[in-house]
Design a protein around this ligand. Sequence first.
Ligand code: FEC
Length: 311
Amino acid sequence: SKRRIGVLVMSYGTPESLDQVEAYYTHIRRGHPPTAEQLHELTSRYEAIVGGFFPLRENTNKQVQGLQETLNREHPELEFVCYQGLKHAQPYVEDGVEQMVKDGITEAIGVVLAPHYSVMSVGGYVKRAKDKAQELGLDIEFVLSYHMHPKLLEALSDRVERALTKFDGAERQDIRVIFTAHSLPEKILEMKDPYPDQLLATSKAIAERVAITNWQFGWQSAGQTAMPWLGPDILDVLQTLRKEEGVANVLLCPIGFVSDHLEVLYDIDIEAQALAQELGLHLERTESLNTDPLYMETLSDVVYQKWAEKA
Ligand code: FEC
């Protein structure tokens, strides 16, 4: 029989229904329940996005299934079995590890549905999975980042190329491309976290492939806490571009995210778009990767390579 390899596919997680938003938000806040006002604010954002309330759940399900199919198609001599492990919703990261062990899996690879490593993002998923695996005696190795994988770069470059055609009449060099990712507290810089450099490397590589020079990087979706977060925030960037640089066309390319979810469908499509309208800017964004075969193949490659390294 074929050698069976468990794959723990980790993703952010989203509630399943409106009545789970409070528990979800409390989990993100490390056990501190939100105020009624904060809860109301988050709930209204979910109510405002298109594609149903919680598109991330279905998108993650499809990505996990797509990865399993790709792995098994590309490596028919092996049997890969994918398990989900979510950061802030069920099945949690620990649940995924536990299920593998229950199913008799003895060797596993973990991968996060986010291409860039930060100790606060990917590092958090990995730590939780490692702790649980150690407790249960499961042999598991992790993919930490895959932000320069040629197929990922190709998929993202294709999207930028396509979106650049949406500015009818505008010359390519007059469209400012802004690559974005989720902001994190500035304190990651003191820890020499690779996150900002990895994001810049992806941005540069895409810009080179698409042959654009009019681009920059911006942070989005920063949390509302007292500590400083990495900036500039894209909302401030839009203001500056319009008011001080006279820019009229902006393309946002959220390279830090791989799926349609709140941070894309609300923070960009609703919040940033409303500001753009007010400023008289033509704003577009690149499509999310979701189950693009090139993204599935990227994940399949990095999981297989990680397994082959130790096998
Ligand atoms: O569609 C959905 O239901 C989920 C959308 C969603 C994604 C996502 C990805 C990342 N986050 C990251 C870091 C932080 C830090 C805090 C934080 C807070 C929130 C809140 C919501 C939320 N995040 Fe998230 N994030 C998503 C949703 N995130 C909702 C709480 C309300 C708010 O602040 O808007 C601050 C936590 C704290 O208070 O200490 C930090 C990072 C990513 C990208 C990497 C990844 O996907 O893991 C980093 C999707």
